[in-house]
Write a protein that binds this ligand. Sequence first.
Ligand code: CA
Ligand code: CA
Length: 329
Amino acid sequence: MTNRTLRLFSLLLVLAGIGSLAQAQHHEACDPDAPPAPVLNVADVNGDGIVDDQDVLIVIGKAQQAHATGFYYGLYDLNADGVIDGLDVAAAGEDIGKPVPLVETQVAHAALYAERYLKFDNVLADGYEATTPEFEGHGVHWWRAPRYRPTEEFETAVPGGLNLDAAGNLMAVYYAADFSMYPMETPPAGFSGHEDEWHMHTHACGWNFNTEDPERVTFIDYLPQRFGYYPDGHPLQVEGKRLEDFWFGEQGSANNTCTQPWLINYLMSVGAIVEAPPAGSIANYNGFHMLHLWVNRLNPCGRFGGTHPGVEGRPVTADPPGVGGGHGG
Ligand SMILES: [Ca+2]
Ligand SMILES: [Ca+2]
């Protein structure tokens, strides 16, 4: 890892408390040793609203493919044991005729949509680009260009984002619903039922989004204490002032974080970034609701888990100087 990479990660951790994000932001306390959650609770793997012979035949085909080639996709691992085999075929058979709740059909559609991204070439071919470095609990967030579509309607069947590991392997899909369409107080209805728990990102921005190297991406996300997201109750300090004083006070609006000269100058002064963001490259998010669905890397925190306790990301090594508070790393 380069020094620059370390600095970028330090920036992220200090500004966003990413090290504590899993616990602090998403309020998760799941047991990392718990059994992972299957993608589907009922074996309607083709998402047509019923479980019948067609679903069993599909799982048989996938099990044969798994045997022959080592294929794996979480959608078909009905018993969530990490392989697709006769036990999954049996599970599908046992589900024939069972009622299929709407949420299962919605999840199946999203997972079927994402199956082609088991091949990383398809991620690139379809215009996704890395919008974060590799994060603990999340991996790399890839978003389908255009990277920011604030007026887009939310559809469960068409997740805009993919969570990939550092090697480009699909782990999850994610949804981002902009405040302009879905105000802070009213997240999307999302999936049927109440299993999907949305969280918010109110002050995110970044630059150097690209398709080559997620480590070049800078992503800043300040999570104000006022919304209950800030780790440990410690607001970050910059020269004696809380960051949220800058954002909500003298420095203007909350949705142009990365274009604040004071912020860029400050980050450069402490070595958190080595150069100002390239002109025209900054994405300032308006604030958005977010939801993950773990379609391939089955998650002990549930299929809609906000983070995955087994996704380690990159280690935290240092904080830039001059910043108080602490991220609880
Ligand atoms: Ca079916
Ligand atoms: Ca299995």
